[in-house]
Design a protein around this ligand. Structure first.
Ligand code: BYC
Length: 328
């Protein structure tokens, strides 16, 4: 369970040996020219398999990602915040819908993907396996997790697979509202009482390591980066995306008067890159393999939602059914 990666059963190969070299060369030439690959175009089995893995994990991340913030809808401080958070959470679920549809174009059904999520076979983003104890935790997610997601998605929206790129473009447009909402919430806390400032500082302390993990393992230990970069599915390596996030957001966090819990964090003016303490990659492995603080709860919520919604899905599969009595 969890550890074996998300291998779509129908696509076993991890090598290119079975591929027709002429078709493969034509495919790679199209990618090199910056063309989009569409669902009915020829593609190597490994490209299909990698795309399914990554898009599916992304879809699961959106739907599970709705949960930690979702728990704050009923407790949001004030009606305006409640309305905005409700809309944001709804957007995240909508992103999952777009992404599941993009993954379905590659031949794996939504039912199979949801089953793999609930059984623990598929992965989803590490960061949503941590609890949102306070309102400030929800604000951290809305501002900084969304910011990290945008850095990743803006790059990958320029990638090679048409349906994924188009979904990402739309997602980024919505995420930019989330980011503004999240930043507004954090500015409010930063400009508030001592207790409000402390509350956000504690959220930073809790979420910084998972945030560093969010961009994936260091390039030197990343499994898939090389092949994904070659075929322009990933347009930036994990370390480069992490670095870009630090470039854009460390100054913003510091200017609000908060402290980042890493004494080594500093921009190296010679390399133009950030030096930081390597986050604990053993913790990362545990969390993405099912052993984080909230993994069990997150999957259980999805499993219950799936069961409760079954009758609706079954009803929708019978288009001939008509109501014989008015409902009210
Ligand atoms: N969490 O070879 P690597 C959102 C896994 S939601 C969990 O570097 P890759 C939001 C990886 O899958 C948007 N697992 O992988 C929602 C692989 O395992 P398998 C979240 C991770 O694919 C609601 C293994 O580690 N964004 O923003 O080249 C509210 C080796 O890694 C993670 C996305 O999903 C992780 N963080 O690169 C608020 C972006 N990182 O499959 C906000 C889409 C790595 O071999 N995904 N693993 O068993 C990606 O861009 C890439 O998949 C990653 C990883 C950069 C994350």
């Amino acid at each position: 369970m969890y550890g074996g990666g998300n291998t779509f059963e129908g696509i076993k190969t991890d090598s290119l040996e079975q591929e027709d070299p002429i078709l493969l060369a034509a495919f790679e030439a199209r990618i090199a020219r910056g063309e989009k690959i569409e669902p009915s175009d020829w593609m190597p089995a490994l490209y299909r398999k990698q795309l399914i893995r990554m898009i599916e994990q992304h879809a699961h991340s959106e739907i599970i990602g709705a949960l930690p913030e979702g728990t704050w809808i009923t407790r949001a401080p004030g009606f305006k915040r409640k309305m905005a958070l409700m809309a944001k959470v709804q957007d995240e679920v909508g992103h999952a819908q777009l992404l599941y549809s993009a993954a379905e174009t590659l031949g794996k059904t939504r039912e199979e993907m949801i089953a793999d999520l609930i059984s623990g076979k598929s992965k989803y983003s590490n960061i949503f396996n941590y609890p949102a104890f306070t309102w400030a935790d929800a604000c951290f997610i809305s501002w900084l997790v969304d910011a990290g997601a945008i850095v990743n998605q803006l790059a990958n929206a320029k990638g090679s697979y048409g349906p994924y790129c188009r979904a990402l473009e739309r997602i980024c447009a919505e995420e930019s509202f989330h980011l503004k909402y999240g930043h507004h919430c954090v500015i409010y806390l930063a400009a508030g009482t001592r207790i409000q400032r402390e509350m956000f500082q504690e959220a930073i302390n809790r979420w910084w390591t998972p945030m560093m993990h969010f961009f994936g393992p260091a390039d030197k230990i990343s499994t898939h980066t090389q092949v994904l970069m070659k075929w322009k599915v990933k347009m930036s390596t994990n370390d480069d995306t992490r670095n870009q996030f630090l470039d854009m957001y460390v100054p913003k966090i510091l200017e609000l008067g908060f402290i980042i819990p890493d004494s080594k964090l500093k921009k190296n003016e010679d390399t133009g890159r950030w030096d930081y303490t390597e986050p604990d990659w053993e913790e990362f492995k545990r969390v993405i393999n099912g052993d984080g603080p909230c993994n069990h709860e997150r999957l259980e919520v999805r499993r219950i939602a799936e069961e409760r919604g079954r009758w609706v899905r079954e009803a929708l599969k019978q288009p001939g059914t008509q109501y014989i009595k008015p409902l009210a």
